[in-house]
Design a protein around this ligand. Structure first.
Ligand code: C5P
Length: 231
């Protein structure tokens, strides 16, 4: 299960991120570096993680014209510390194909479907569609698969329908995880507990604040793993 828990290092300095990595020790082997930390550390957090033999999911959600995304993906492919990176599926087929072409064969390329901070009302208002978020996410997942990516970032609420339609080997990476339904959701709207997420077909859980803002982050990560392993 350790391979399937990705801790989001959402920090504004490299020092704070390094302190968290030290606190979590052996209990976490896979980390997500997003926009905040990547920019604040000017990318150098990747070297730290690589020197500690940690796996990296580079969560920069590329979304631009195909040529620009191809160049960004070549950067991600060159850095051996990056084992997973992502694009936005709404950048459409040609953009995703360029990222697929650029990635290393041992890298996992996933595409964001509908952000877990969006719910049915947001999707309706902003995208002018009557589709439920789950159908909207499923359609994007199908297009992502056609374009050749390895999987998607989605809510664990949609993981099982996406697996059902795109195949069990199509990878689902799921943020929006909370210890209980009543935990502080922050800005997340589509959440599940770790156990529900695994039962629902999530391959990887991306967890930030429930671990990094816990009084004892190592204990919280271990509890998360225990919950993930329950039948
Ligand atoms: O703190 P929390 O567990 O909500 O963090 C979730 C992490 O996953 C954040 O770093 C956020 O940027 C990321 N993420 C997300 N929803 C997506 C894609 C990424 O919450 N669809």
């Amino acid at each position: 299960m350790k391979e399937r828990l990705i801790v989001a290092l959402d920090f504004d300095t490299q020092e704070k991120a390094e302190q968290m990595i030290e606190k979590l020790g052996d209990s976490v082997i896979f980390y997500k570096v997003g926009l905040e930390l990547f920019l604040n550390s000017a990318g150098s957090i990747l070297k730290t993680l690589s020197s500690l033999n940690k796996k990296v999911f580079l969560d920069l959600k590329f979304h631009d014209i195909p040529n620009t995304v191809a160049a960004a993906s070549r950067f991600a492919a060159k850095d051996k510390s990056i084992s997973m990176f992502n694009v936005h599926s709404s950048g459409c087929s040609e953009m995703i194909k360029q990222a697929v072409k650029a990635k290393r064969p041992d890298q996992t390329l996933i595409a964001v479907t509908a952000l877990t901070s969006l719910d049915d009302d947001d999707i309706k208002e902003y995208f002018h569609t009557s589709l439920k978020t789950s159908e909207f996410a499923l359609n994007l997942a199908k297009e992502t698969k056609k374009a050749g990516a390895d999987g998607v970032v989605c809510s664990a609420l949609e993981a099982s329908i996406i697996k059902g339609s795109c195949g069990s080997d199509f990878i689902t990476v799921c943020p929006g995880i909370r210890f209980t339904e009543t935990s502080d959701m922050g800005d997340q709207k589509r959440v599940l507990t770790p156990n529900e997420a695994i039962q629902n077909g999530a391959d990887y859980l991306v967890v930030g604040r429930p671990i990094t803002e816990a009084k004892n982050p190592k204990e919280a990560a271990e509890m998360m793993l225990k919950e993930m392993m329950k039948d």
